[in-house]
Design a protein around this ligand. Sequence first.
Ligand code: ADP
Ligand code: ZN
Length: 739
Amino acid sequence: MCGKLLIMKNKLYAEILIEYPAKKIDKCFTYAVPEEMFDKIKVGMKVLVPFASKKVNGFVMKLIDKYEGEFDLKEIDSIVFEELVLNEELMLLGKYIKDKTLCPLISAYQVMLPRSLKIKNQEHNYNKYDVYLSLNKSKEETYEFINNYKKNNKQIDVLKYLLENDSILKSVVGSYVAKALLDKELVREIKRIKYRINKYSDSNLIKHELNDEQKVAYEKIKNISSHKVVLLEGVTGSGKTEVYLNLIQNVINGGKSAILLVPEITLTMQIVNRFYDWFGSNVAIFHSGLSEGEKYDEYLKMFRGEVSVVVGTRSAIFAPLKNLGIIIIDECHSDTYKQDNTPRYNAKDIAVKRGEYHNIPVVLGSATPLLEERARALKGVYEYVTLKKRANNNLLPVVDIVDMMAEVKKHNFIFSDLLKDKINEALSKKEQVILLLNRRGFSTTVNCSYCGFTYKCPYCDITLTYHKSTNNLRCHYCGYSILKDSKCPNCHKEGLNFLGLGTEKVEEEIKKIFSDSRVVRMDQDTTSRKGESERIIKSFKNYEYDILLGTQMISKGLDFPKVSVVGIINADTALNVPDFRSNEKAFHLMYQASGRAGRGDTLGSVVLQTYNPDNKVLMYIKNNDFDGFYNYEMNLRRMLKYPPYYYLISLKVISKNYEYALISANKIVDYLKKNISKESIVLGPATASLFKFNNNYRFQIVIKYRFDDKINNALKYLDSIFINDTKAVLEIDINPMNV
Ligand code: ADP
Ligand code: ZN
């Protein structure tokens, strides 16, 4: 108290971190706090300050009562949003992110907030209101009016209602009646904040009794009373969601709150609806598919402590919940938890950091955790909890591998005989089919058989994909597109060929071969409109379609009891990717996709088509053998010095000027070789896997290391050099998901 009085008598200053996303000015500036703000201003608050002839947003990092500099200080202009204050935990978290990912501090704070809270001025208001009417005069006066009024009409009904009730929605009354009552000054308007999302799932809640295996898992995790990371490894269909729900209920019973992260919300709407069913309006959701207004509302629900549960994608890990009791990350192997641009954080690291702060468990759930996650669990660094059976005691599906080389001789280019038979069988039994092909579009290459011409992206130097529905060719990296010519644009002959298979072409083929079936395609092209993927999933679940065809979108977490057959059209597209995780990702994709089969009453069947039937990874999928795959792949990783045996850092030098990029990259390699531990390995520079992107050349350097206390300083130094480089950008990715 007296500290405050002292400040009042003296002056108050604030160190403000400016929201100006350039690394060059990633530091605090001191401002004077005007007297009328003394008792409002808090650390973690957003304010508007004058900066270089503009007004910019900033965060209050520190309040001080002495200023010894020699300049006259400018004053803080205003507080952007009095209610919103980043608490101590989130303030610390920002510093952790800066340190861990080498990003500007301000971008660490920005990533925590929805865009609506980054507004540049105070006039813009995202609040939405409902207008209510309530009595304006005393009850006696109102009675009197009613008694003196001869007729019994709608106005009187409303007044009678208001004598019994506090208020009524103006829209219910209707504008004509409302105006009459307002004119007579019998009622007045009240505005109340209205949340945009306030309807919850209408599906019927079945609370399953946990089975024995689930009960053991639940009890084990429930009894952890301090910070610990838990790996919950449960086969597809083992009912992990049920365990999550019970764990969160337990936390809520203890007066605490919970975060559940999911990889992609539209595809996990099933989970979200399950949460709405169970927890009702105690849930806020948070993901990029929401409108800015919706995000604003949901954020404030969390902030105001009106919800105890947050379900969301990556950035929901920053949910401003107080008193967290548990954090759960579903499908923890998903690479969507790593952000691809600055700040390059991994939500799992953030979860662990928050777990430490609150001293609570962090649960990683998956049927196929990443190798490093499983390795830590096996070593005892993480608690290891497993679910080995499907919840309904169904067996895992039977997987057949088909050699497409032999099929091609029979002129089966897309569907093998076996897959055709299986699909026909399923269709005749009124069961459903899922087909996976990890390429969208019609054909992945168009070339000329006379002159060899191939359509390529002029900015990215990769082949363009043909989309038949729009008759154009598109770059799947930068979005460039051109109309397809009828003749070769190079030699002007009619020799254009369509090579490489995409989902559009498979759809066409399905309509030919299985002409009685109802097929729906789900890929980026058919789901670009908001709500479209949810619609597709819902209608497939309601048996409005027989066949769901799609890209990896359809492999994640979906639960369709009527699906008995899953076909993987071309397993090789996933395996032949030049990345150290390609085996692992292919395994995840196909194993998860297989996991969609046979979840209901029938035994599932999976047909896996490939030109490399002897591939080891496919054998492990065939045998549903995650253990075997784990040992096989760990051995490769050890030999090739990849995670989890080595840590990785990727550096990319990006420039419009090829020479300059290469020279800079070589300088970096020289510097690193001299300045980090001799035990660490520096590879490159090599051309990055997407070498030319948007007319920029990209060279990559990879560091592999085990323990190296010099690396952090070396990276910070390089980062500081490139901040001032106008001709090249240096992108540093620590623990990248792929290289
Ligand atoms: P996972 O996420 O582990 O793949 P889900 O949570 O989607 O599995 O559950 C698979 C199916 O099993 C769901 O339809 C779910 O309703 C059902 N299920 C889960 N737990 C039980 C249980 N204890 N008893 C009966 N059915 C269950
Ligand atoms: Zn391009």
